[in-house]
Every structure is written in structure tokens, then in C-alpha cells.
Design a protein around this ligand. Sequence first.
Ligand SMILES: *[C@@H]1O[C@H](CO)[C@@H](O)[C@H](O)[C@H]1NC(C)=O
Ligand SMILES: *[C@@H]1O[C@H](CO)[C@@H](O)[C@H](O)[C@H]1NC(C)=O
Ligand SMILES: *[C@@H]1O[C@H](CO)[C@@H](O)[C@H](O)[C@H]1NC(C)=O
Ligand SMILES: *[C@@H]1O[C@H](CO)[C@@H](O)[C@H](O)[C@H]1NC(C)=O
Ligand SMILES: *[C@@H]1O[C@H](CO)[C@@H](O)[C@H](O)[C@H]1NC(C)=O
Ligand SMILES: *[C@@H]1O[C@H](CO)[C@@H](O)[C@H](O)[C@H]1NC(C)=O
Ligand SMILES: *[C@@H]1O[C@H](CO)[C@@H](O)[C@H](O)[C@H]1NC(C)=O
Ligand SMILES: *[C@@H]1O[C@H](CO)[C@@H](O)[C@H](O)[C@H]1NC(C)=O
Ligand SMILES: [Cu+2]
Length: 603
Amino acid sequence: MNARVRSCVDICAAAVGGSSLGTLQAPTLAKFIDGPHPGGSAFPWGSRQADDCNPYNVNDIPNTGMTRSYQWTVTNQTLAPDGVELWMLVANGAFPGPLIEANWGDWIEVSVTNGLTGEFMEGTSIHWHGFLQTGTPYMDGTPGVSQCPIAPGKTFTYRFRAELYGTSWWHGHYSAQYVNGLSGPIVIHGPSSDNDYDIDVGPVMLSDWFHDYYDNLVMDIFYATETCDPHCPPMSNNMLINGKNSYPCNETTLTCTPNAGTAQFKFETGKRHRLRLINHAAEGIIFFSIDGYEMTVIANDFVPVVPYQTDLVTLSVGQRTDVIVQGRSNCKEAVYMRMTEGPSGLGPAGSTGCSLNTGVAIGAIAPIYYEDADTSLLPNTTSKISSSRYLFPNNCGNSPLNQTVPAYAMEVKEPTTTLHFLMTGGYNGTGAFVWFMNNITYMTDYNDPTLLEAKLGNTDFGVQAQTYDLGTNSTVRIVLTSVGFPASHPMHIHGHNMQVLAEGVGSWDNKTIVNPSNPQRRDTQLVRPNGYLVLQLDLDNPGVWPLHCHVAWHISEGMNINILEQTPSVIKEMEMPYVMAQTCRDWSAWTSNNVVPQIDSGL
Ligand SMILES: *[C@@H]1O[C@H](CO)[C@@H](O)[C@H](O)[C@H]1NC(C)=O
Ligand SMILES: *[C@@H]1O[C@H](CO)[C@@H](O)[C@H](O)[C@H]1NC(C)=O
Ligand SMILES: *[C@@H]1O[C@H](CO)[C@@H](O)[C@H](O)[C@H]1NC(C)=O
Ligand SMILES: *[C@@H]1O[C@H](CO)[C@@H](O)[C@H](O)[C@H]1NC(C)=O
Ligand SMILES: *[C@@H]1O[C@H](CO)[C@@H](O)[C@H](O)[C@H]1NC(C)=O
Ligand SMILES: *[C@@H]1O[C@H](CO)[C@@H](O)[C@H](O)[C@H]1NC(C)=O
Ligand SMILES: *[C@@H]1O[C@H](CO)[C@@H](O)[C@H](O)[C@H]1NC(C)=O
Ligand SMILES: *[C@@H]1O[C@H](CO)[C@@H](O)[C@H](O)[C@H]1NC(C)=O
Ligand SMILES: [Cu+2]
């Protein structure tokens, strides 16, 4: 049914082109990169602290005047991250993709050339996860929402500001392209709720991994049955840390090199290490730990939090957690960091843990070596986490909301409007499994981005655009209730952090708010299986902002709504660069000569 069969015929690169992440040669990061220091202060952000400065007030953001520029080409490549050769989509040949590094308040400019060729030739676009894009909603990278896809051979230059700071990632937002490698880390240096760390180890990227091309996997999710007729549900084959792991070659019919190798990390005795954990998986909920160690959590997503200790961090797709780990005194010590999707047998039927996988690799480990440890030996440590810990309260949900207190406090306001959404799954008219938000399955229109229509004053987008015009409301409360199908949904909002008011199993009692004087804030939060999530946004960012499940399969299956903010007056007056219209003309020209088989919602 698809021209792109599974096996790989090209000459495959043994190494995962160009990325030093997860090797002992990977550079550590400084506390900031070059740039002006106001009044000769120690940091480019002057005396601003994580707990005394409102990052949502554009006037409070340091005006560094710096721009960090990157040039990327997106290509199809044959690579073998875990030894199994696959067709991948990558930026500048690297997996994980290039690191973006900036200081708080800098501008970031990334020119992206679509270099996809041959049978892989299609559109692309890149989303900058967690960035507010205040005043630049057209730089959000969502095809059919904020821009037309970048046509093959064309270049689009994204330019946006680092309004928030901490750890994030970028990824392709065109269909499920990111599942095949089109993603990478972002580090924005800024204040910290605990600045007392010595070594910034940098990104620790965590992912599930599939030995198939994304469009086959998307067909699998639409047409899967328990009897695998006509498709099996997509099961992850492996887990990767910083894009690396080994795979037992006897488990695959694909071209496979054994002992591809795991990621490796370095610690120093007595030093405090900052690790930037990023879940860039397609589906998996990831539980992260370091054998026998406590971690101090200092940020969730782009939000610094009052530091707290834990030995287990839960990350759903799209979430990040920054932790500090205190180094011990034995310079020869070697210890494993590990991630797992959970012990076998938990979660929905047919799955392992909270996620679907083949059971060959439900986790990954990576050695951490102290300065005098013998790196030719593997650590001998084991996990101290009992399997019951992966159950309640983490029952395929995030850690309890009351554990996390943002460093900069913001109280819950009375919302000016409230939206309720019922999240359900079912089969559409042609027998594909899809998700519904209030009975509607989202579908993007690559040729007609919602934001550009709103700019023209047209706000009748059609039912499938799932776009909610909130006019001049200043706040919205959104109540999500998931019924009928026991899956977790990591809901991600573009253009905002959300206040997370409540979550749990069943439905909300319409009153309980956890820590109303300063609730958890972040850009992605799990809805548990048959659970609810109550979130709130300040509508202070004119634009069109998707709120979607970040499981790649679920967004392909239409689990998205768009929030249209401050229209029509403000968006109509907003200046949009000519390049937005040009990108649509280029896309239109390309699609008039090439058929675009839009296989899913498009996002
Ligand atoms: C991309 O795929 C085409 C096959 O359609 C192949 O000819 C080309 O070599 C691939 N590009 C790279 C950089 O591997
Ligand atoms: C592959 O080898 C491993 C370890 O030797 C073994 O446990 C597993 O059953 C083998 N798998 C297959 C499909 O033969
Ligand atoms: C484990 O490795 C450490 C060195 O990292 C060593 O001191 C210890 O004896 C080893 N323990 C076992 C049980 O092999
Ligand atoms: C969070 O709430 C639970 C009960 O829902 C309670 O057992 C726990 O102690 C609370 N934790 C904190 C840090 O307040
Ligand atoms: C059902 O969903 C599939 C996959 O997106 C799509 O191809 C098909 O057109 C949809 N059918 C209907 C009736 O909407
Ligand atoms: C969704 O459809 C069901 C039955 O078809 C109906 O009862 C319900 O009111 C609909 N909900 C919304 C929000 O439209
Ligand atoms: C606020 O949002 C609601 C939809 O939830 C809309 O009906 C109403 O017109 C909006 N109010 C203003 C002042 O724009
Ligand atoms: C909460 O409010 C919604 C909408 O008004 C209503 O449908 C629901 O039944 C209420 N839930 C409870 C537990 O009162
Ligand atoms: Cu989902």
C-alpha cells in the first residue's frame, strides 16, 4: 500500500551523523553565552531572579539586542541510531538535531531549507516548543495554522524571541515527521530557582523509537485491530537516550548492527550537575531515575519551580524537567541513569507500562562515569525504585500537582469564559480510528492557514478547523474530560504556559483547585486514562494557538482545538511579513504539480 517499504537498501551510516550528544566528548554548557551584561552585572539578564520577575510581561524581559542564527537543511537520510538502519528525516544530518542555545531575551533566527528529495519529497515546518511567540504568532511553525508548509527546495527563516528560559526542544510539525528524527534540544540560559550548580551536563533527550517510517505507523494507528487485521497497533521497538541505544539484532529482519552502544555521561566528585531532561517520544510516558540517587527538580517545562527532591521524574511527550544531581565522593564510581515506560503488565490492555511497545526494550540505560572510573567497564548498579511506584499516584499521569510550586507566583483569576471539551475515540465514516473533541476530529488545511485567514478578517473556518474565537476575553478556563478509551493524553498548548488547576480520574467537581494562590504552570500536562484536566490561560497573546495531545498518533488522529485570541481587531492590524504569503504561493505552486496525500490531521 505504500511505496516506502520497511527495509533499507541505501548504504547506512554507522554513526548517527554529526551529533556529539550522549558521548563522553559532549561539551558541558556554560551558565550563559556571550552577550552584553547590563551595568557590568554577572549575567546577561542583570539582577533578575526566577522568583521576582514576571516573564509574561514583555517589558520585563532583558533586551540583549543579540540574535543567534542557525542555518539548517532538512534531508532524508539513512541512519541507524540503535544499529537498525532506517530512513530518517533530520536537520543538518544530525540525530538528535542541532542544539539551539541562547540567553534569555535574545532573538533566535533559524533558516530552514526543505531538502527532502525523491520519494521523501514533501512539505515541512518546524515548531519551537514552549515559545510564547508574542507578536510573532506566524513563526509558530504549525502548517495550516500559522503558515503554509515549506515547499521542497524552498527556505523559510523563523525569527522569534527567547521570552522564557530553561530547557525545551524543536520538532517538525508536519504530520508525524518528528517521529523519524526531526527534533532537537533548545537551551535558553537565564536565572534558576537554584543557581548553585557547578556543571551543566546539557540536554538528556529521552524517547521511544520505532523501526518504521512514520506514514506506515500513522496508517497502523488508523486501521489497527487486536488481531492485526489489516494493521497492528504501532508498538515502539526501542528506547533511546540522546539518540542512542543498542538493539538485539535477532529481533529484527531489518539490516542491523549489534552493540550500537548506549549514551554515556560524565560526573565529577562533589560537584552539582544540572541535567535537562526532555521527552521527545512519539507516544511513551517516561519514568527517569538514577540508581540510588535523589534529584532536585528546579524547573518543569519553561517554568522554574521551588526546588524539591525526588528519585523518580515522570515525563510525558513534550515535557521537560531540569534536575540537579549532587555528585558523590568516589572518583571511580560508575552508575546507571535509566528510563522506563513502566514495568510489564501495567496500563491499557496489550501494552507494557503506560505505552505500547513490543516488550523487547521497555526502557534504556546509560552509564554515568566519575572522573577516574574505568569507562571500559559497565556500572553494576540496579534500580532502587519499586515497581509499585510506577502505579498510583503516577498511574499513567504526572506527579501530584501539589508537589510543584512555580518560583514566580501567579494566582488563579476568575475566568471571563469557560470551555468544556469531551475527549472521545471512535471510528469515522470510512472506518479509521480517530479522536473527537466535542464530536469533531481536527483536520488542517495546508493551503489555507487559519492565522492568515484571521488576518484577512475571515473567521468562518469550517467545522474541521476546530477554531474557537474567544474575542476579547481576558481569561479562559478549559475543562477537558476524557471518556471511553483508557489512554493518557499529554495536552500541549502553543503560545502560552497554562495554569494547571486540577487533574484526576473521572470528572471534575467544578470547584477544587490545587494551590489556587500559585498553581502549577507549564506548557504540557497529562490527562490520565478516563481522567480530567482543568487549565487556565490569560488571553494576552493575539494569535491562533493549538491545544493538542502530543502523542504523535493522537494528533495525527485529530486530537486538537485552536484558540483564536483577540480577533478580529488586533490580528487584522498585525503586521505579517510578506514571506508568509510567499510561502503559501510557493506551496501552492508545488502542490499544483505534485499530489499531497494528506494522510492524517496534518499536524
Ligand atoms: C533521499 O531519498 C532518495 C530516494 O527517494 C535518495 O535517492 C536520496 O539519496 C536520499 N537522500 C539522502 C541524503 O540520503
Ligand atoms: C534474541 O536473543 C535474546 C538473547 O540471546 C533472546 O532472549 C531472544 O529470545 C532472541 N529473540 C529471538 C526472536 O530469537
Ligand atoms: C561495583 O563497582 C564499584 C566501582 O564502581 C566497585 O567498587 C564495586 O565493588 C562493584 N560492586 C560489585 C558488586 O561488583
Ligand atoms: C499532596 O496531596 C496529597 C493528598 O492529595 C497529600 O497526601 C500530600 O501530602 C500532598 N503533598 C504536598 C507536598 O503537599
Ligand atoms: C477518516 O479518517 C481517515 C484518516 O484521516 C481519512 O482518510 C478519511 O477520509 C476519514 N473519513 C471520513 C468519512 O471522514
Ligand atoms: C456529541 O454527540 C452526542 C451523540 O451523537 C450528543 O449527545 C452530544 O450532545 C454531542 N456533544 C457536543 C458537544 O456536540
Ligand atoms: C468570550 O468567549 C465566548 C466564547 O467562549 C464568546 O461567546 C464571547 O463573545 C467572548 N467575549 C468577548 C467579550 O469577546
Ligand atoms: C460541572 O459543570 C458542567 C457544566 O456546567 C456540568 O455538565 C457537570 O455536570 C458539572 N459537574 C459536576 C460534578 O457538578
Ligand atoms: Cu492523546
